[in-house]
Design a protein around this ligand. Structure first.
Ligand code: GLU
Length: 616
């Protein structure tokens, strides 16, 4: 989960320097750069962007102004985030893009998830010297965790289908920011601090992120000329530079010969990736998941992500109760239990559908939602963990929640989510990631970007003895994700686009925002800002401190719900982090071309929302 930073927690924060840094050439050069501030809400027409940094939102708006589509702007935004928010995503990672095409009225998704190398098997994370699974932090900071990156291929696939400009054109704003520099924010420094110890293990990482052996000061100028050159090379040579070319060779070399610093104490565990793995990588188009929730058509990401199915199943369960008519305590209890039941099914049934049989249709059927809904208990919290249901039974009768001993899978940690719409009405909802904050911790030497640790999203061993686990590693397989980029239509027209980072909490954040907006009638900015709680079939529910101060919480505890606050790093419990959940970005289409762009007012320092023609 992304961190709230105390320096930036007080809004409004003026972080306008980025705009002046984007001296564009190419198609976007005609744009007159606006001076954007870090603001969570904007209303207007003609197109909109919500992303995590001022520079990335500015880059997206400039591309839109120059005649680019939402797909062009998505590449510009994502590439710029790779510079200004490098610890959570970039070309060393992967992600999922959901696209609404205004011409065809179709929603398509691109699966840009990382894959394992072809030679991997289910023992990927078993230590050969002990026969036991590696400790999670050991696996993360290693070559073994690095999946074949899918981000660049996603960008090319999006441009092939919906772009007006070339990849080189759309990379140019990011190249400029990387070369000219940008002011270090409190959030940047915070994420750097949390990983400083790991960076000191790698000469390439410490050279980039600990200049002169120090954390960069807030407000100082950060540059990444290596990444600028890498973007330039990709622009000239195309994505083949990575998928089989010289950039790919550098990635493979890094994974095999870890760039350890003199005096590093880390035991090097090289990975299995070969250039042939990169050469065969694809980012396929997939049909979106779909459920109808109270008249709204909710489209999300199918496997290899569990996001669309789990959000959809939980909504189907909640369709059986009248959240708006219940007391706040009852409604929140239903929300927590619907999420808990859907997570039980997620963990049991969802993995990469090319490798395991995922009963997507059954899990998303209203009939199965009804079967699971009869377990919602207004008088008591469910006993955790609840067992998965049987989506194959076709029955709507109540199946008792038999006890289970299944353990919880690893939860991911960080990414970014952004949303874009253009003047034609196309919509992008795109979540991309390198998994943990700072991924594997390894910067590719002289290339300026971090490599992911996405493969640690696999279960290292089966979650329950004797029960098939859909999320074990195998050669070429994609680890199950929780990323949930979502687009909602109403009467066939875009209504909402929403998503968030936060590992497995992404699912509950998207779910909570949807019910806040649709059932509880909150405006989108309030639906995003509201305190969050995340029940993922654990004995306790993860909550933000503000959720626990809500007046309803005592009522929930009386029902047997209990909560915890997560405020330490999953890699090092001695590192204290902010106990927030997610960092959402959304759009609402208000009719007559008017767009409400909304992000976070406070979490992780706040979002940057912008529109082409602001209106009041
Ligand atoms: N690796 C996580 C996932 O795919 C994403 C990380 C995050 O979003 O925090 O679910």
């Amino acid at each position: 989960m992304r961190k709230r930073n105390t320096v930036l927690a007080v809004l409004p924060v003026v972080a306008a320097l980025g705009a002046s840094m984007i001296a564009l050439s190419g198609p976007a050069a005609a744009a007159a750069p606006d001076t954007l501030t870090l603001q969570p809400v904007a209303v207007g027409t003609g197109g909109a962007v919500v992303s995590d940094t001022v520079q990335s939102t500015q880059a997206g708006l400039d591309v839109l102004r120059s005649g680019g589509t939402a797909a062009d702007a998505a590449v510009a935004v994502a590439a710029t985030l790779g510079v200004t928010d490098p610890f959570v995503a970039g070309i060393g990672g992967g992600g999922y893009l959901v696209y609404y095409d205004a011409r065809t009225h179709r929603i398509t998704t691109i699966d840009g998830r990382e894959t394992t190398p072809a030679t991997a098997n289910s023992n990927l994370f078993i230590d050969p010297s002990t026969g036991q699974p590696f400790a999670f932090p050991t696996a993360v900071t290693s070559g073994l965790s690095v999946g074949i990156p899918g981000t660049l291929m996603t960008w090319q696939r999006a441009l092939d289908q919906w772009g007006h400009f070339s990849l080189a054109d759309d990379l140019r704003p990011a190249e400029q920011v990387a070369r000219n520099g940008f002011p270090v924010t409190g959030n940047f420094r915070e994420e750097d601090r949390e990983n400083a110890e790991r960076f000191t293990q790698f000469s390439s990482s410490s050279a980039l992120f600990l200049p002169g052996g120090q954390l960069p000061a807030v407000g100082s100028t950060m540059r990444d000329p290596d990444l600028a050159a890498t973007y330039r090379q990709i622009g000239q040579q195309g994505v083949g530079a990575l998928y089989g070319g010289s950039l790919g060779r550098d990635v493979v070399n890094t994974v095999h010969n870890l760039p350890l610093a003199p005096g590093a104490t880390l035991v090097p565990r090289p990975g299995l990736m070969q250039l042939s793995d990169l050469a065969r990588y694809t980012a396929p188009d997939e049909a979106p998941t779909h459920v109808n929730y109270r008249g709204y058509d909710v489209y999300g990401m199918g496997p290899s992500s569990s996001g669309g199915i789990t959000v959809g199943e939980a909504l189907n369960i909640l369709s059986n109760v009248n959240l708006a008519g219940e007391s706040r305590t009852e409604a929140l209890n239903d929300y927590l239990e619907a999420s808990q039941l859907a997570f039980a099914d997620r963990n049991r049934y969802i993995g990469d559908a090319r490798y395991v049989n995922v009963p997507e249709q059954q899990l998303l059927s209203p009939r199965f939602g009804k079967q699971r809904a009869c377990l919602l208990d207004q008088n008591h919290a469910l006993t955790s963990p609840v067992a998965p249901g049987n989506p194959y039974s076709g029955s709507t009768s109540c199946t008792p929640a038999a006890p289970t001993t299944a353990s919880k899978p690893n939860d991911g940690a960080a990414t970014n989510h952004f949303v874009i719409t253009d003047k034609w009405g196309d919509v992008v909802s795109y979540t991309n990631t390198i998994e943990e904050i700072a991924g594997s911790g390894m910067v590719v030497p002289h290339r300026g970007f971090l490599l992911n640790n996405e493969l640690t999203d696999f279960d290292f061993t089966p979650l329950q003895a004797g029960v098939p686990d859909p999320n074990l590693p195998a050669g070429g397989k994609r680890p199950r994700s929780s990323m949930s980029p979502t687009i909602v239509l109403h009467n066939g027209k875009p209504f909402l686009a929403i998503g968030s980072p936060g590992g497995a909490t992404i699912i509950t954040t998207v779910l909570q925002i949807l019910i806040n907006r649709i059932d509880f009638g909150m405006a989108l900015p309030q639906a995003i800002a509201a305190p969050r709680a995340s029940q993922r079939n654990g004995a306790q529910t993860q909550a933000e401190p503000d959720f626990l101060t809500e007046s309803t919480t005592p009522g929930l505890e009386k029902l047997g719900q209990s909560f915890y606050i997560s405020d330490t790093s999953p890699l090092d419990p001695s590192i204290i982090i902010a106990p927030t959940i997610g960092e959402a970005a959304g759009l609402e289409f208000l009719g007559n071309g008017k767009i409400l762009a909304a992000g976070e007012p406070v979490r992780s320092g706040g979002s940057s929302a912008g529109v082409i023609h602001p209106t009041s």
